[in-house]
Write a protein that binds this ligand. Sequence first.
Ligand SMILES: Cc1cc2nc3c(=O)[nH]c(=O)nc-3n(C[C@H](O)[C@H](O)[C@H](O)COP(=O)(O)OP(=O)(O)OC[C@H]3O[C@@H](n4cnc5c(N)ncnc54)[C@H](O)[C@@H]3O)c2cc1C
Length: 346
Amino acid sequence: MEHVLCLLHTDADGAVPQPAREAVTTALRLATELGGAALAIGVIGAGAAAAADQLAGTGVERFVAVDGPDFASSRYATDAAAAAAIARATEATVIVGPATARFARTLPGVARRLGGRIDTQVTGLAVDAGRVIAERWYYRQRIVTKASRTTRPWLLTLAPGIASPWQGEPGQANAERLAVELSAAEQRTRVVGIEQASSGAAQTIRPDADLLLVAGAGWTKKQADGQPHVADAARLVLGFLERTRASLGSSKSLVDQSAEGGAVMPFMTHLNQVGQTGSTPRHPKGLATCCHGEEPHVVGWRFIRERRAINLDPSCGWARGKADVLYVADAFEVMAKVNALLDGAS
Ligand SMILES: Cc1cc2nc3c(=O)[nH]c(=O)nc-3n(C[C@H](O)[C@H](O)[C@H](O)COP(=O)(O)OP(=O)(O)OC[C@H]3O[C@@H](n4cnc5c(N)ncnc54)[C@H](O)[C@@H]3O)c2cc1C
């Protein structure tokens, strides 16, 4: 019988972040599909025991917390020690956690310490004849595999967006506080602060946003009056992002123009590029503007569930089954109107 451990960490405010709640949803389902396998939730971080209370409504019997200021920051040595201690205390055989940056750098090492194996960025978990099956994409999201392992413990980090975040009433989780002895060496690294990028793509890429706005090269092309209107385009796109907190994606053509020194949107970099040679972001909804919808671009939309596009061309790629809705319209006019509506104007 499997012992499932849902391993989580708190965020800077001591709360349970959204990817962690998504992992809870998957772990609950997994334990049920395994015929009621033992399920424990482990939480690492400052305020971990209180964070466990936020998940009391899951009905999970066992909560284990590694709490305290030593575990407040993302630090490999202390996070790995805490995760390994929780895994041992719960005798976990299958360990699922969110593929956050904090766990991405910690859990592979934990798998090694426990003599187990890890699969990262898993996009689906199922149970078939009592075996756990993990779905994962390879080769820049072009090949999907389904695989199982016999080695235990088996650690799996779950890609964001593959499950709805668990919602429920907080309560008394009565988490066991696990004491983890730390050596001086394990506490040597000190996190003195977190510096946000002050400008550029980092501020426009928001993995947790509900909406992805993609800007294509059409924004820089000559428009009906025979002139390009790049400054207007930048104002409309940034204005939409400021109002909605959407994440910004781009086509390759647009970001290549910026690399070649063309007059383009100054906040756009290759980090924004979505597609075969770009990223494969995960957002519930996507809106493509002035982007043709060619396959090497749209392949990056694999995980965008609701897709809409605005294009002057009724024969563009989006019209050929790549979008749910195509607005055949001038994106300059549409986005100006949308921004005005967002401001409450009519
Ligand atoms: C090996 C390989 C890998 C690639 N990888 C990627 C990748 O990772 N990502 C990627 O994006 N591409 C990639 N490409 C390139 C891809 O094939 C396309 O060339 C690119 O996506 C086109 O970008 P675009 O749609 O923004 O520009 P364009 O093809 O120039 O399309 C601009 C669109 O804007 C529309 N438009 C213009 N003005 C307006 C307006 N006022 N209102 C509304 N619509 C308007 C036009 O009708 C047109 O459809 C790759 C290609 C290859 C060969």
